[in-house]
Design a protein around this ligand. Structure first.
Ligand code: SF4
Length: 408
């Protein structure tokens, strides 16, 4: 098998590691749903050497080149981003969607992270629409960014815009916030409570990016938090794997929901590349609640492997021990089982085959043709329901304060 092109330690940010992780937790018999012993597979050793190995400080972003649409450069937000990196080379592009040197070479995996770190794209969001959703949120808001500086092995975002997919910032933030304010006004009050929220219309503002990282690039996320602070019938929401403590000063007054995305740490060390460590995300929960955010948990993607429920029990215990009464009183989660993709699998084999040993499990998964014609895989019908039930039972047992908003 091909060895990884990258040393994962060199790709990660210098966040603290949970050196004092407790021993594996025991899981009650009722909550077990381990794949059969014939198919069970242990977690491959992560590329990191030990939990005490010092990490070199490598920034998520060290912007050297900005690909910029002229229309974006003329807008105040565009100028703000350009001014933030005055020494970066500026390369004019006709469309943020069509930059072959960033998006065109899916096999050049060893350039990915360099591109993610050094390149930024500045464009204008052309079509503005809030799409009905009904799961993570009532609506998916028009993006104010897409792409990501992190590099999770399972990420679906890269499939849409090549595989390096650096951060693209949309400079027409005033149009986007204006559209959103009008869309919220058209909905009126929420008459019927639903799992998204009992009272507010929830808008996911981070479908195609990680908003906490976007906030290191531009003030777009802050403008959205400011907008929703003044919208009593609506709430912004985003999932994140990055702890950006700058957000603690934004005074959201309960109108923005942060969904910290969590999975067991020993799995995250393998598949969450360049993200904040799981312990750091848990440690941030109370601080974000205290700062006025609603904080939920995004248990996603849930990856089945030998001993997965023991790992999840340990994670749930860590959350339970790591949060205070105020966070507990408002806690809820969503549970999303892994969906993987054949094209991404092929690409990942070139740089991170050990992650694929966990993500690509033909012995547990079945194929499903996606709307775009790609071949997705997910856990087999029947088994998947059993996994979902086992994990939701485990949440009820180990973290009873956490309401499950939805699970699939
Ligand atoms: S943090 Fe989210 S958007 Fe970024 S690479 Fe990971 S899964 Fe993708």
């Amino acid at each position: 098998m091909t060895q990884p092109t990258f040393d994962l330690d060199l790709l990660t940010t210098p966040s603290p590691r949970p050196d004092d992780a407790p021993p594996p937790a025991r899981v009650s018999g009722a909550a077990r749903a381990t794949p059969s012993s014939a198919t069970a597979r242990a977690i491959p050793e992560p590329a990191t050497t030990s939990s005490t190995t010092p990490r070199p400080a490598r920034p998520l972003l060290d912007v050297r080149r900005i690909y910029v649409e002229p229309e974006a450069a003329a807008l105040p937000r565009g100028r703000q981003v350009l001014d933030r990196w005055p020494d970066a080379e500026r390369i004019e592009v006709a469309s943020h969607w069509n930059i072959p040197e960033l998006h065109g070479d899916e096999t050049n995996v060893d350039r990915w992270v360099r591109i993610k770190t050094e390149a930024l794209v500045l464009g204008v969001k052309k079509s503005l629409a809030a799409r009905p959703n009904g799961r993570s949120a009532d609506f998916i808001a028009p993006s104010t960014a897409n792409g990501c500086a992190m590099a999770c092995a399972y990420c679906y975002v890269p499939r849409r815009k090549g595989y390096s997919n650096p951060v693209t910032v949309f400079a027409n933030i005033d149009q986007i916030t204006g559209y959103l304010a009008r869309h919220v006004a058209r909905q009126g009050g929420k008459a019927e409570p639903n799992q998204c929220d009992p009272r507010a219309w929830v808008y996911d503002i981070g479908e195609n990016s990680d908003v906490s990282v976007d906030a290191t690039v531009s003030d777009n996320p802050r403008d959205l938090v400011d907008l929703f602070r003044g919208l009593p019938t609506a709430k912004a929401s985003f999932a994140t794997k990055y702890v950006n403590r700058d957000l603690l000063d934004w005074d959201p007054r309960g109108r923005t929901r942060v969904r910290f995305s969590l999975m067991p740490d020993r799995v995250a060390r393998l598949v969450d590349v360049r993200t904040s460590r799981v312990a750091e995300r848990i440690a941030a929960i109370d601080d974000f609640v205290e700062a006025g955010y609603e904080v939920h948990l995004n248990f996603s993607p849930v990856i089945v492997h030998d001993g997965w429920l023991e790992d999840w029990a340990e994670l749930l215990d860590q959350v339970d021990a790591g949060i205070g009464a105020k966070a507990r009183a408002q806690l809820a989660c969503e549970v999303i089982m892994l969906t993987h993709n054949e094209a991404l699998h092929e690409v990942n084999l070139g740089w991170h085959p050990r992650a694929e040993e966990m993500l690509w499990r033909p012995d547990l998964q079945q194929a499903k043709r996606s709307e775009s014609g790609g071949r997705n895989v997910r856990y087999r019908t029947g088994d998947k329901g059993r996994y979902v039930a086992a994990l939701t039972d485990l949440i009820a047992e180990r973290l009873p304060s956490c309401r499950v908003r939805y699970a699939f």
